[in-house]
Design a protein around this ligand. Sequence first.
Ligand SMILES: [Zn+2]
Length: 107
Amino acid sequence: MKTSGHTCPVCAYPNLREPARSASGGGSYEICPSCGFQFGVDDDDKGIAFEEARTAWLAGGARWSGKGVPMPKGWNGRKQLQAAEGEGTGQVTRPASARSRSRRTRS
Ligand SMILES: [Zn+2]
């Protein structure tokens, strides 16, 4: 498995081109193709916390934002997040409110 990418602190997308935030604390201005969060803008300028963005993203169905990147085959936002949690990276913590939420049904 390729590990050259950087993990999104919001949705655990593993293939960001740059680290979400540099060591000096600046945002990368990269838009996560998975959750659509833009580091340095949504967090710094808009004051949205990663946890907050994650909750909103999950509430909206954990959809692929598709900012310039086609959705990977078989991609599933919730599974992506769960897999990251399973690895115990400590980077992603899911709020308790999202834990009991059932899968969105599509009709
Ligand atoms: Zn993301």
